[in-house]
Ligand binder design. Structure first.
Ligand code: NAD
Ligand code: 6OD
Length: 488
């Protein structure tokens, strides 16, 4: 058997071997085979990464003009594009997602994040006030200073996209970062280190430590006293654990957490658009997108037709090798995650759901037989109190329920401990604005889904998150605002 390729930590501008020489396996979820070994960062390695970040902050990076930083970030974007195929191969091997998806979403957004935040930084204006107070004249103006060393803790569902969505604004604002990628998807973070070096980003500005959460690199990093702020995307429960770690030293956190997003489809909507968009919102990336819809409420006159059309979309998806252009459905991230999703499939059946399509694992031929494949699934007929309707599943599955009145639809959609995103389909302009304002979510997509503008506020209400990122909102988190008052 050929020796496995190693994915290493990236510390102080160098590919680094771990002090403890421990490694864990990186599994291709499409086949279930181990394709790489990943060095697990020890507490010592995390300490070295945080130390390197601190030194870079005090050194060349800390002294660099914002305009020069922006030029370097544009170079990082170009570097990702120049190595597009390597990023694509790494992302596809780690996640099993179809090449068609990774090449149109994940990798281009990796580059776009750097360009967007370089531009936000260049075009941001500070505050200025001419002040007269008790007979004295003064001017007041604001400066934005980097927050310091930022820990970036990432999930596995859109690895490069979600990591760069935080690394790019953090660096644009002059911070240094230590990234802890998900243990499931380590590859693109280390590859990005190589791009950083080629782009001329000084050593220590971008560091990567691999490992797990509790008792491993995730916990070592978030507890490290040299970390000034923590930005995290992942499960709500993990957010709680990180918040406790951040309490030591009263460090700032920005959290993008779990969800149970609802979509509301009115009978006056453009039917085909609503079906196309909601099918994407349910099944894209095998349902492993935080903005995914797992609950749909459809106005009764179109309910049966809508369910049939959604089922047709589900059944048209083609599971297959990620590299095949015809593949439109990938596996789940792991067999462990599939066990969790299948437990909800069992529960739905036990609670009397009508399984309109799907409802189980998919048996795949040949080398795909060991992968985490699962059928796109549509249920109807469950009570709203069911765990299947209330808890985040994070798979290609959805419960669809009819409603009769606008008020009822709003109440059903809002009855959740989560509030990340909501979808609304209607052809009635006043209703669109009225209902959008009432839906309890940080992001409302009207006659659309996942149509991103990186300048907009992104984040969740209730247990779906804390704070907002995107555009100026990212600058708010990644900088300290300082007011300077000068007497004239
Ligand atoms: P997760 O919370 O299990 O893990 C996320 C990261 O946290 C991983 O790198 C993990 O190693 C690390 N971690 C785990 N425990 C830790 C601890 N105690 N201390 C420090 N680090 C720790 O999440 P996941 O399974 O990787 O991702 C799926 C979840 O992410 C879903 O709940 C999904 O909704 C959520 N998500 C939310 C958004 C959003 O924008 N709101 C985006 C993507 C994913
Ligand atoms: O598009 C983004 O910037 C973003 N944060 C998407 C999150 C998707 C969650 O899985």
């Amino acid at each position: 058997m050929a020796e496995l390729h190693h994915i290493r930590n990236y510390i102080n501008g160098q590919i680094a071997r771990p002090a403890n020489r421990r490694a864990f396996e990186d599994v291709d979820p499409a086949t279930g085979t181990v394709f790489a070994l990943v060095d697990e960062a020890s507490e010592e390695d995390v300490d070295a990464a945080v130390g390197a970040a601190r030194r870079a902050l005090r050194g060349a990076w800390g002294r660099m003009d914002a305009d020069v930083r922006a030029v370097l970030l544009d170079r990082v974007a170009a570097g990702i594009e120049a190595r597009f195929d390597s990023f694509l191969a790494a992302e596809v091997a780690d996640t099993g997602k179809p090449v068609s998806l990774a090449s149109s979403l994940d990798i281009p957004r990796g580059a776009a994040n750097f360009r967007a935040f370089a531009s936000v930084l260049k075009h941001h204006a500070g505050e200025f006030f001419a002040t007269r107070w008790h007979g004295s004249d003064a001017i007041n103006y604001t400066l934005r200073k980097p927050k310091g060393v930022i820990a970036v803790v990432c999930p596995w569902n859109l690895p490069l996209l979600l990591m760069t969505w935080k690394v790019a604004p953090a660096l644009a604002c002059g911070n240094c970062v230590v990234v802890k990628p998900s243990e499931e998807t380590p590859a693109t973070a280390t590859l990005l280190g190589e791009v950083m070096r080629e782009a001329g980003i000084p050593d220590g500005v971008y560091n990567v430590v691999h490992g797990f959460g509790p008792g491993s690199a995730g916990e070592h990093l978030t507890r490290h006293p040299g970390v000034d702020a923590i930005t995290f995307t992942g499960e709500t429960g993990t957010g709680g654990a990180i918040m406790k770690a951040a309490a030591d030293g009263v460090r700032a956190v920005s959290f993008e957490l779990g969800g149970k997003n609802a979509g509301v489809v009115f009978a006056d909507a453009d039917f085909d658009r609503a079906v196309d968009d909601t099918a994407r919102a349910v099944f894209l990336n095998s349902g492993q997108i935080c903005l995914q819809a797992e609950r749909l409420y459809v106005e009764r006159p179109i309910f049966d037709r809508f369910v049939a059309a959604l089922v047709a979309k589900a059944e048209a998806l083609r599971a297959g090798p990620p590299g095949d252009a015809a593949t439109s459905l990938g596996p789940l991230i792991s067999l462990e995650h599939r066990r969790k999703v299948l437990s909800y499939f069992d529960r739905a059946r036990e609670e009397g759901a009508s399984v309109v399509t799907g409802g189980g694992a998919i048996a795949m031929p040949g080398e795909l037989a060991g992968g985490a494949w699962i059928a796109p699934t549509v249920w109807t007929g469950l009570p709203e109190s069911s765990a299947v309707v209330r808890e985040e599943i994070f798979g290609p599955c959805v419960h669809v329920r009819p409603f009769d009145e606008e008020e009822e639809a709003v109440e059903l959609a809002n009855d959740s401990p989560y509030g990340l995103a909501a979808m609304l389909y209607t052809g009635h302009v006043s209703r669109a604005h009225r209902v959008a304002a009432r839906l309890d979510a940080g992001i409302v997509w009207v006659n659309s889904w996942f149509l991103r503008d990186l300048r907009t506020a992104f984040g969740g209400t209730k247990q779906s998150g804390l704070g907002r990122e995107g555009g100026i909102h990212s600058l708010e988190f990644y900088t300290e605002l300082k007011n300077v008052c000068v007497r004239l």
